[in-house]
Design a protein around this ligand. Structure first.
Ligand code: NAP
Ligand code: COA
Length: 268
């Protein structure tokens, strides 16, 4: 099915490296990058899962490779990138989205529980972005981290995720300043609740919880993986050539706060 899909050809000739891509939002973005014309390299911890994920792309007739690498292991990430560069060429796009989450009060979380999420999300993002620098097509490369609303807003039972994603937001801005002079743009996308994802299965495991969340979002719905892919593609094109250091909310207005209740009073 080569040549059908989102923004056909807009990323033709480009290579993308996507971390945390065996499922969910990041796999959706990797698939969209491929449909838009990019060659894609994917990593996650599980060889079986990431090879299956890459096959979903090659089965559509696009070029993709999947490799096992844990983002907490800098040497493993660097080695995967070396192999990806050898097969697909230097990277025009790097997306760092590996993450872990569970719902737990701080007092129900061991030091290792807190550290595990900070290691995957924040240290992992540093590892991916830092290791990628030597493999980037410079100038012109677009680096994108996947953060979350927890990075800007405190949240009950999410101390680990809030701390990690806030760190990603600040890392995004620091690297944008340091690498901008080399023509490397560094941005983050902050998705709101996205349907059919592991993240929302963990955060809102019941239909009732899902309805409660939707009722408080300005646009009154969950987003889709395609919504995030559209933003990632935009950030990777010439249209975004003057955008760096941005945390782009793709969240239906979640970041604005609780929009619950009868938003428009009777008579208006
Ligand atoms: P997901 O399907 O569980 O995706 C997480 C991915 O990270 C998986 O592919 C997992 O693959 C990989 N991963 C986990 N630990 C890793 C490690 N140490 N090294 C390498 N890869 C690792 O979850 P999702 O809900 O789609 O979330 C994707 C991203 O969006 C995350 O950054 C999340 O914080 C963000 N986000 C999600 C939502 C939402 O509504 N779902 C909202 C806001 C932000 P393996 O198990 O194969 O390693
Ligand atoms: N509540 C409290 N602590 C928890 C927990 C929970 N629900 N789940 C895990 N932990 C703790 C563990 O007890 C352990 O701490 P300990 O050694 O002091 O007991 C620590 O977290 C690490 O757990 P472990 O299972 O060894 O980590 P891992 O590296 O294999 O897995 C996780 C990482 C825990 C984040 C796991 O949930 C995961 O792999 N998540 C990826 C998918 C995901 O979260 N998707 C949503 C993205 S938004």
């Amino acid at each position: 099915m080569a040549g059908s899909g989102l923004k056909d050809g807009i990323l033709a000739g480009k290579t993308a490296f996507v971390a945390g891509a065996s499922s969910g939002i990041n796999l959706g973005v990797a698939q969209a990058f491929a449909r838009a014309g990019a060659k894609v390299a994917l990593i996650s911890r599980s060889a079986e899962k990431i090879e299956a994920a890459a096959r979903t792309i090659t089965d559509e007739g696009f070029e993709a490779i999947g490799m096992a690498a844990d983002v907490r292991d800098y040497a493993a990430v660097e080695e995967a990138m070396r192999q990806a560069e050898g097969k697909l060429g230097k990277f025009d796009i790097v997306l760092s989205g590996a993450a872990g989450n569970f719902v737990a009060p701080a007092l129900g979380m061991s030091a290792n529980g807190f550290k595990t999420v900070v290691d995957i999300d924040l240290i992992g993002t540093f590892n991916v972005l830092r290791a990628s620098y030597q493999f980037l097509n410079r100038p012109g490369a677009s680096l994108i981290s996947i953060t979350a609303g927890q990075g800007a807003r405190p949240s009950m039972y999410q101390a680990h995720v809030c701390a990690a994603k806030a760190g990603i937001n600040m890392l995004t801005k620091c690297l944008a300043m340091e690498w901008g002079p080399a023509g490397v743009r560094v941005n983050a996308i902050s998705p709101g609740p996205i349907e059919d994802t592991e993240g929302m299965r963990r955060l809102a495991p019941s239909d009732e919880a899902e309805q409660r969340i939707k009722a408080r979002i300005a646009l009154r719905d969950y987003g889709t993986k395609t919504d995030i892919a559209e933003a990632a593609i935009f950030l990777s094109t010439e249209s975004a050539k003057y955008i760096t250091g941005t945390i782009m909310n793709v969240d239906g207005g979640s970041e604005l706060g609780d929009a619950g209740g009868s938003a428009i009073p009777d008579g208006f």
